[in-house]
Design a protein around this ligand. Sequence first.
Ligand code: NAP
Length: 374
Amino acid sequence: VSARATPAPETVAGRRQDSATRIRVAVIGASGYAGGELVRLLAGHPFVEIVGLVGRERDHVPLGDVHPHLDSTGLDIDSATPAADAYFLALPHGASSARVAQLADGGRLIVDLGPDFRLRDEADYPRWYGFTHPAPDLLAGAVYGLPELHRAELAALVDAPVRIVGAPGCYPTATLLALAPLAWAGLIGDLVVDAKSGVSGAGREAKADLMFDEVNESVRAYGLGGHRHVAEIEQELAACGRAAGLPGAANPGVRRVDFVPHLIPMDRGILATCHVRPSRAVDQAELDALYAAAYAGEPFVTVVSDGPGPATKHVRGSNHARVRVLHDERTERIVAIGVIDNLVKGAAGQAIQAFNLAAGLPETAGLEQLAVVP
Ligand SMILES: NC(=O)c1ccc[n+]([C@@H]2O[C@H](COP(=O)([O-])OP(=O)(O)OC[C@H]3O[C@@H](n4cnc5c(N)ncnc54)[C@H](OP(=O)(O)O)[C@@H]3O)[C@@H](O)[C@H]2O)c1
């Protein structure tokens, strides 16, 4: 189905590559928003060949019928899953876990954009997602695909017998990038996350409460009492403390995170404002030093320290995140803000960044687009 005629890799499939070979990738769930964004980015990726797009009950359906902006790729959507070296799955929760065991066979690389491989504890699936995980034995070896937190584990998948990435959720990405330097320093005494998302974060499926006249000129809180993304935010902030060698009692605020998401009348973008009661006295200079050190050299995270606050418009269409941290001397709280494009750094772009690491490719390959403004 690919518009390109390129040689398939002749060595171990999907492992270390050079520019002479392309990794054969397929996208499962190509008709959705995250799937479409994967195709948009993978179509320009220098080291991959798209060998198949998979959708339910669709055969030889031109991609342009479903995503007109991708018409020029010349690709089709089919119901059969093609042979490939790597599979990106962009399906609702519970839909990918049953098929991944088979797809991952033989060391094929799996990048799941849903939550089915994000959580390490199988008990979290019935609790937060309402289903029993069908392949719990695969959870321990799966890697949470946030490169800024798990770069070494993602790179180690190059030589692993089973290679599964659970790509992070969109809210957790913005939240974790805003907070990780504080968690590594054991500074999170108490935590409230107030987050906003554009409507594409809810996917493309038609829903009455996402109609234009329900969303437009309105802001709505939802997920009250415990949004699903709390599970991975708590899991990953706790893991930051462990990775920094801190005792289990460090960062008490990450055990019971208060997280309230809001729906905003815009297409794309997430802004997470995190209110932290620090576990000890800090000042702005210490915070600036922590964030500068944490994100020095990160290709996709920019720490902003002055000018207008981080805005979703500054990252729209790109794989970049922008982070700002402020110490409020009056309230003695820390405010940490993260912005991303939910469909790029929050979904398809981040999945490709993790894929690049797990395939032994340059981390930024295919992801060098700058933001679109206005
Ligand atoms: N949207 C975001 O900002 C975002 C960010 C991070 C992660 N994610 C995650 O990425 C995944 C996809 O999200 P999305 O926003 O792209 O959703 P979406 O626009 O609703 O697309 C869902 C895709 O899954 C297919 N599908 C639905 N039910 C299925 C089933 N039972 N079996 C097989 N295929 C099925 C749909 O096919 P049809 O066209 O046939 O319905 C469509 O291709 C979700 O797990 C989501 O949580 C999304």
